[in-house]
Design a protein around this ligand. Sequence first.
Ligand SMILES: *[C@@H]1O[C@H](CO)[C@@H](O)[C@H](O)[C@H]1NC(C)=O
Ligand SMILES: *[C@@H]1O[C@H](CO)[C@@H](O)[C@H](O)[C@H]1NC(C)=O
Ligand SMILES: *[C@@H]1O[C@H](CO)[C@@H](O)[C@H](O)[C@H]1NC(C)=O
Ligand SMILES: *[C@@H]1O[C@H](CO)[C@@H](O)[C@H](O)[C@H]1NC(C)=O
Ligand SMILES: *[C@@H]1O[C@H](CO)[C@@H](O)[C@H](O)[C@H]1NC(C)=O
Ligand SMILES: *[C@@H]1O[C@H](CO)[C@@H](O)[C@H](O)[C@H]1NC(C)=O
Ligand SMILES: *[C@@H]1O[C@H](CO)[C@@H](O)[C@H](O)[C@H]1NC(C)=O
Ligand SMILES: *[C@@H]1O[C@H](CO)[C@@H](O)[C@H](O)[C@H]1NC(C)=O
Ligand SMILES: *[C@@H]1O[C@H](CO)[C@@H](O)[C@H](O)[C@H]1NC(C)=O
Length: 402
Amino acid sequence: MYTQTNADSRQNLGPGAEPYQWQEKYTSSGPRKWLILGSVIGLLALIGIGVGVGVAVSHHSKSSSNISTNNPSASPANPTVVSQTNPNDPSTFVKDARLKQSFWGMAYTPEGSLLPNCGSTLPDVIQDIQLISQLTTRLRLYGSDCNQSALVLEAIKQTKVNMTVWLGNYALPNDGGVAYARQRDAIVQAIKTYGTDQIGGITVGNEFMLNYLTAAGATTPNGPVGNQGAQLLIANITDTVNTLKSLNLPKHIPVGNSDAGAYFNNLVLGAVEYGMANVHPWFGNVSIANAATWTYDFFETTDVQAAQALTNKPTMYIAETGWPSNSSDAGNMSNGPSTASLANLQLFLDSYVCQANQNGTGYFYFEAFDEVWKDQMYGGVEGHWGLFNTDKSFKNITIPTC
Ligand SMILES: *[C@@H]1O[C@H](CO)[C@@H](O)[C@H](O)[C@H]1NC(C)=O
Ligand SMILES: *[C@@H]1O[C@H](CO)[C@@H](O)[C@H](O)[C@H]1NC(C)=O
Ligand SMILES: *[C@@H]1O[C@H](CO)[C@@H](O)[C@H](O)[C@H]1NC(C)=O
Ligand SMILES: *[C@@H]1O[C@H](CO)[C@@H](O)[C@H](O)[C@H]1NC(C)=O
Ligand SMILES: *[C@@H]1O[C@H](CO)[C@@H](O)[C@H](O)[C@H]1NC(C)=O
Ligand SMILES: *[C@@H]1O[C@H](CO)[C@@H](O)[C@H](O)[C@H]1NC(C)=O
Ligand SMILES: *[C@@H]1O[C@H](CO)[C@@H](O)[C@H](O)[C@H]1NC(C)=O
Ligand SMILES: *[C@@H]1O[C@H](CO)[C@@H](O)[C@H](O)[C@H]1NC(C)=O
Ligand SMILES: *[C@@H]1O[C@H](CO)[C@@H](O)[C@H](O)[C@H]1NC(C)=O
């Protein structure tokens, strides 16, 4: 019921990061909200989840041991899920008739993108891209640690698929800018190696305002505490804009940010070309029957309208939306009227995907693969949002044809 963080945020908690106590807070007066104060166990950081008035937030990624390899002849963990007519040419992968390019975009973090362990492998990222490219032409990453930007761009190159990537910089407010600078430099290196053709944008900050406000015990993104946090994030956004300018790139790369749907600060939105909002009906306590419409309404009234009211009118996307297919314990199966099940995942796909495309919503579906580490760490529905199981086998669902 909470969402957590994930590797995404944990992975960027540098050694100087401040540990917090885990804390879960439910406020029933006023806007309902689940908050999880981030904590960190060791170097793991935490994440917050705001759910409620309509916000739910969540994001996730994967972790694994530090057996990083870029050896192209190595095998992915489960070699059976994709076959290639030429074993040495990843672009010759055989299409799976059950997969359709129906999704506007997909949220993705390669397994093993969590510091300090890292461990993602090029063969596995190539296989992920072979699968995801059959579902969408757009991908967003959350951060740039553990070489993930280069691995994904290399995988796109080798598979020769049509894929645009929004790279991510999971900047932290409390580390003196160490995580920010490390990822900025990794992004610059990836741009120098792979060019700009495949890059749709650079997202600076993920749930930065949610985490900042939560750590300060505040809830209002446009209040004084929110405006303080905004100045920190804007410094990093401005630095990325200036860094890109200094590279004299052949193509303009937009710089944006991503946050919980109810946690956008207007000063931050005024400094970006796009915003990505997490909008989760399951965490928002919405029944599957109302999920698609609720997602649309929440995003339009909270995020799109706020952006349109500003002079720079940043483009707004949904950073994450989806539905869990199961819970690891019966007690967390339902969040009020929202119930995790394979049947409800199918209903969400049937009621949301093509309709949102038609409505012109730019959304990154959450998510491609179930994540075992998240299940182990958090239980409940956390490890069960994928279209594929953790071994990358396809769940018993039907992708809608749009
Ligand atoms: C894991 O590998 C990364 C490089 O991919 C390295 O920066 C990190 O220090 C390694 N971690 C451990 C625990 O060996
Ligand atoms: C690649 O995908 C984009 C949408 O992301 C689409 O506009 C473009 O036509 C596609 N290109 C090809 C060659 O299919
Ligand atoms: C990052 O990945 C790219 C693409 O696989 C590879 O060429 C490069 O050596 C990797 N860098 C590190 C530090 O692992
Ligand atoms: C990035 O932001 C952090 C605070 O969130 C700040 O300490 C650091 O100086 C900033 N770095 C740059 C280059 O803007
Ligand atoms: C599409 O837009 C209509 C309003 O024009 C809304 O009622 C509906 O819920 C939207 N559907 C989705 C999936 O966004
Ligand atoms: C859902 O999770 C429970 C608990 O882990 C498990 O027993 C059950 O088999 C799972 N159901 C499906 C359809 O995977
Ligand atoms: C939900 O999952 C969490 C984490 O596994 C667990 O601590 C909690 O007891 C569960 N809640 C219920 C109502 O079962
Ligand atoms: C969801 O709604 C139900 C009532 O429909 C309520 O009992 C439950 O506490 C709510 N959960 C959250 C997280 O708001
Ligand atoms: C897959 O789901 C369908 C119903 O949607 C069901 O008839 C079928 O038995 C399921 N297959 C498996 C292997 O669970």
